[in-house]
Design a protein around this ligand. Structure first.
Ligand code: KIV
Ligand code: ZN
Length: 553
């Protein structure tokens, strides 16, 4: 328990995706899992396979495709990640045989599969949710951990709502879990209730008092952010001896979210002298993965979010700028390039060639095949005609827009808008449909976006509610790319199930679009979200390929 390596367990695709409003398609989940592996995440919780056959299939694909590839291999060999480590792939299961069977079915083809099972241990959950008495809970944990262990060598157990559980009872339950074969004991503060001091004591008590605990057992922490204490609690747990942190990208998750990966990793790195702990994360990938998750879920990162917010490294106040000019350490505790922000050193312009583009994309972690590079190069040239300097941020937006979107059901072929104060805003939209037929429609609206969306609705005929619309400029300057994210909910929508509360909720789909013309970006984002909704409705799990029909791999 005294080793100085903290395993990063990412649950963006389970606890993150499970939060209403963060739905990702299976292709998007696969791409996020790839990016997590490339970044050096140790364990990827890929989903909750018992939720539906689609969820099981999405986890299975990740197990097969990401769970058999070395993580971090594309990145700096100096970090030792080229040692060909493969991430552990896990799936969540309630403590019953059916869920555990499904989790095993989903993860078994990974090189390193894990089953993660949980059962609540707080008095309030046992009485009102489980309707089980404490003895029954102990018996069930013992039986189900043993069952999981009979299938899979690596089993993790979580006593749900541990933060509000009686510590003495936790020692008993966790002792039984160890006896039955669990090697990771994850301690969740499910409702984000504890304070750092309390959580430290909880973890310390577990390490000191759980019967049978030994060097081979990893204690893990999993905190929610209801009081804004998730990061502080996770760090307190780590200081008490936990050596696995369960986190999500951008802190997405149930209610106020989970502990964010970027905050934990950068705290351990920036305050290394205090913690003296290491992680395997290639931190320069953080900004990229944050953007990817935000684009896919449609959940915009608040500008003042630590590490990945747009303002996290902006020094606008005059006094700060003055200090920064004198010495950047006056106000900067981390270098933006350490998290992959502001890597604008190499700017590409109109005259840059295919080779330069390929190299830059590879450095950013995108390895494209020839067909993909052709497409990216065409987009790049088109953009270079409209924008003098193309930065990494522009390239990320183009790549997200071009490659990481669901298979096109409808595709924007053309858009003409008239707006202003002299008439009714009108939009004429041309879409290519599923059978490659062309549809044109013109609509009026209260503004150019409204008119455009009405015309799209008239063609696509998939009723939905627009829940959120966000627009921002990717870079500075009048010629900047505009980026739009939307979130929509289908009217007779798709549903999913939260494994903990067992409530069923309507899925929300996010869409993303980027263009120098903000109405075009708005149209792309809306079509992107509608395509996901249509695919989810008609096909369930979509075929995993990119927009060239090439298998991702
Ligand atoms: O918050 C929680 O309790 C969980 C468990 C299932 C680990 O997400
Ligand atoms: Zn959780």
């Amino acid at each position: 328990m005294t080793n100085n390596y903290v395993r990063i367990f990412d649950t963006t695709l389970r606890d993150g995706e499970q939060s209403p409003g963060a739905t990702m398609t299976s292709a998007e989940k696969l791409e996020v899992a790839r990016s997590l592996a490339r970044m050096g995440v140790d364990i990827i919780e890929a989903g909750f396979p018992a939720a539906s056959p689609d969820d099981l299939e999405a986890v299975r694909r990740i197990a097969v495709e990401v769970g058999n590839q070395p993580r971090g291999a594309a990145l700096s060999p100096s970090k030792g990640q080229s040692e060909a480590k493969v991430p552990i792939i896990t799936g969540l299961a309630r403590a019953n045989k059916s869920d555990i069977d499904k989790a095993w079915e989903a993860v078994k083809d990974a090189q390193k599969p894990r089953i993660h099972t949980f059962l609540a241990t707080s008095a309030i959950h046992m009485k009102h949710k489980l309707k089980m008495d404490p003895e029954e809970v102990v018996g069930r944990v013992s039986e189900m951990v043993a069952y999981a262990k009979s299938l899979c060598a690596d089993v993790e157990f979580s006593p749900e709502d541990a933060g509000r559980s009686d510590p003495e009872f936790l020692y008993v339950v966790l002792g039984e879990a160890i006896k039955a074969g669990a090697a990771t004991l994850n301690i969740p503060d499910t409702v984000g209730y504890t304070t750092p001091d309390e959580f430290y004591k909880l973890i310390d008590g577990i390490i000191k008092n759980t019967p049978g605990i030994h060097e081979g057992i990893t204690v893990s922490v999993h905190c929610h952010d209801d009081l804004g204490l998730a990061t502080a609690n996770t760090l307190a747990g780590i200081q008490a001896g936990a050596r696995q942190a369960e986190v999500t990208i951008n802190g997405i998750g149930e209610r106020a979210g989970n502990t964010s990966l970027e905050e934990i990793v950068m705290t351990l790195k920036t305050r290394h002298p205090i913690f003296n702990l290491e992680t395997g994360i290639e931190t320069t990938q953080i900004a990229r993965v944050s953007k990817l998750v935000s684009n896919y879920t449609g959940m915009v990162v608040q500008p003042n979010k630590a590490i990945v917010g747009a303002n996290a490294f902006a020094h606008e106040a005059g006094i700060h700028q003055d200090g920064m000019l004198k010495h950047n350490l006056t106000y900067e505790i981390m270098r933006p390039e350490d998290v992959g922000v502001n890597q604008t050193k190499l700017v590409l312009g109109k005259h840059s060639g295919r080779h330069a583009l390929r190299n830059r994309l590879a450095e950013m972690g995108h390895s494209l095949d020839e067909a993909e590079l052709d497409k990216a190069f065409a987009r790049f040239k088109e953009l270079a005609d409209r924008k003098k300097v193309i930065t990494d941020l522009d390239l990320e937006a183009v790549i997200a827009d071009e490659f990481y979107r669901p298979r096109d059901v409808f595709y924007l072929e053309g858009l003409q808008v008239s707006c202003g104060t002299l008439g009714m805003p009108t939009a004429t939209v041309r879409l290519r449909g599923p059978d490659r037929e062309i549809h044109n429609f013109a609509s009026m609206g209260t503004g150019p976006v409204d008119a455009t969306y009405k015309a799209i609705d008239a063609i696509v005929k998939t009723p939905c509610k627009l829940l959120e619309f966000n627009i921002h400029a990717i870079t500075e300057g009048i010629d900047a790319l505009g980026e739009v994210t939307v979130r929509i909910q289908g009217e007779n929508g798709q549903h999913s199930m939260d494994p903990q509360s067992e409530t069923v909720y309507a899925r929300v789909f996010g869409g993303h679009g980027a263009d120098t013309d903000i109405i075009v970006a708005s149209a792309k984002a809306y079509i992107n979200a509608l395509n996901k909704l249509i695919i989810a409705k008609t096909e369930g799990v979509q075929p995993v390929h990119n927009n060239f029909g090439v298998m991702l791999g």
